[in-house]
Design a protein around this ligand. Structure first.
Ligand SMILES: C[S@@+](CC[C@H](N)C(=O)[O-])C[C@H]1O[C@@H](n2cnc3c(N)ncnc32)[C@H](O)[C@@H]1O
Length: 192
């Protein structure tokens, strides 16, 4: 049986529903596995509680003051806020997420962190990023590319918005080998 038999629209819908339905993130226990105490102290507790990532892309970026960072699939904003702390007010941090409720959480957390002046959360998808060509220095992403049924398209969009010499720093899940069809075609496996 061929893999990936689900239609792209169904995968997108399943992912959206899954993230719209959750009422909390991984919590501080999960966040402590990915971020240092010092990094966690840089973000409000709400953003820590809502951490849903699989790594710590900001740590490895590394971001410089004045740069523009884009956090693809920003969720409630933990990495966007960490990025904003590093770009400083001379730079800009943009979180991108298709769910308005995630963007709202990000805005609230950015305001609590005091970085709202140079941080924004934009509703949109990684497959169609609502930013101009060559407008970003660093693209960050934490546990998001794996959710796309159109990964090549998402990567092409990321390359489009990056300035020449720009960087991508991404933490994600990868699959080695073939997934059994009952997993590849399972909606909760795609979203989870
Ligand atoms: C696993 S969570 C990670 C959230 C955040 N990066 C973090 O580390 O806490 C995945 C996020 O990607 C968002 N997402 C789902 N599909 C997306 C898409 N097509 N483009 C951008 N973000 C997407 C979800 O709404 C969710 O907020």
């Amino acid at each position: 049986m061929a893999r990936d038999l689900m239609f792209q629209a169904e995968i997108k819908q399943a992912v959206r529903q899954a993230y719209a339905a959750i009422s909390s993130g991984g919590g501080a226990t999960v966040a402590r596995r990915l971020y240092s105490e010092q990094e966690l102290a840089e973000v409000p507790s709400g953003a820590v509680d809502w951490a849903l990532g699989v790594g710590n892309p900001v740590r490895y970026a590394p971001l410089r003051p004045g740069e523009t960072a884009l956090d693809v699939g920003s969720g409630a904003g933990i990495d966007t806020i960490l990025a904003a702390r590093r770009t400083g007010p001379a730079g800009r941090a943009v979180g991108l997420d298709p769910l308005e409720e995630m963007c709202e959480r990000g805005r609230r957390h950015a305001a609590k962190a005091g970085v709202e002046g140079w941080t924004e959360f934009v509703r949109g998808e990684m497959e169609d990023i609502p930013l101009p060509d060559e407008s970003v220095d660093v693209v960050l992403s934490n546990g998001v590319l794996n959710l796309s049924a159109r990964k090549s398209r998402a990567l092409a969009e990321i390359l489009r918005v990056l300035r020449p010499g720009g960087r991508i720093c991404m933490a994600d899940l990868t699959v080695e080998g073939e997934l059994p069809p009952e997993v590849a075609n399972d909606q909760s496996a795609w979203a989870g």
